[in-house]
Design a protein around this ligand. Structure first.
Ligand SMILES: [Zn+2]
Length: 188
């Protein structure tokens, strides 16, 4: 009888399973996700491995196809961006990602409301500071969402992912709250 063990993302045991099978691995420089190397091209404007980026593309197919009124797609975009700071990722991608997580988690914005706030903020502020990556990336990754068995579970894991990424940026939360608050007050 064979038993399939599903380990959480970033669990070292999972890596060992792949390593034992002789599969070459690649680690995402942003979120730390370790996946079999499948020669996917690294994205130009994101500090991510090509393999992680491929998983993200699959997730976006899911969120876009949902066509839900709350627009959970925006939350997935913000969680992924905020988890892939450093390297070639634009400063604005990180800032918008973090502001989106803040508005959703602490202000109760839906994805659609976050999207509208992003559009208003983008009209006011064009230059963003470089935010150094957290010392330790959040342990939940895009793979945990994709592995969830049902749509309902996927949506629940997206919320957990958002919270974990936001928590990993604890040192920058005050800056995000103040920046987002100031910009939203100024926007027409
Ligand atoms: Zn990644």
């Amino acid at each position: 009888m064979s038993i399939l063990f599903i380990f959480p993302a970033n669990n070292p045991v999972k890596e060992w399973l792949f390593m034992d099978s002789g599969t070459a691995m690649t680690r995402c420089p942003g979120c730390g996700l370790c996946l079999p190397n499948s020669q996917h091209e690294t994205p130009e404007r994101f500090n991510a491995s090509g393999e992680c980026w491929q998983q993200y593309s699959d997730l976006l197919c899911y969120t876009v196809a949902k066509r839900d009124t709350g627009f959970i797609h925006q939350h997935a975009v913000d969680a992924y961006a905020s988890q892939h700071s450093g390297g070639t990722t634009r400063n604005s991608s990180i800032a918008f990602g973090l502001i989106g997580l803040y508005l959703a988690l602490e202000k109760g914005y839906t994805g659609r409301q976050v999207q509208l706030a992003h559009m208003r903020i983008a009209r006011i502020q064009k230059n963003w500071p470089r935010l150094e990556p957290p010392a330790k990336p959040a342990e939940i990754t895009v793979m945990d969402v994709l592995r969830a068995g049902t749509d309902k579970k996927k949506d629940a894991v997206i919320r957990q992912w958002m919270a974990a990424v936001w928590e990993s940026w604890a040192d920058r939360q005050v800056w995000v709250r103040e920046t987002a608050g100031g910009l939203i007050d100024r926007s027409p």
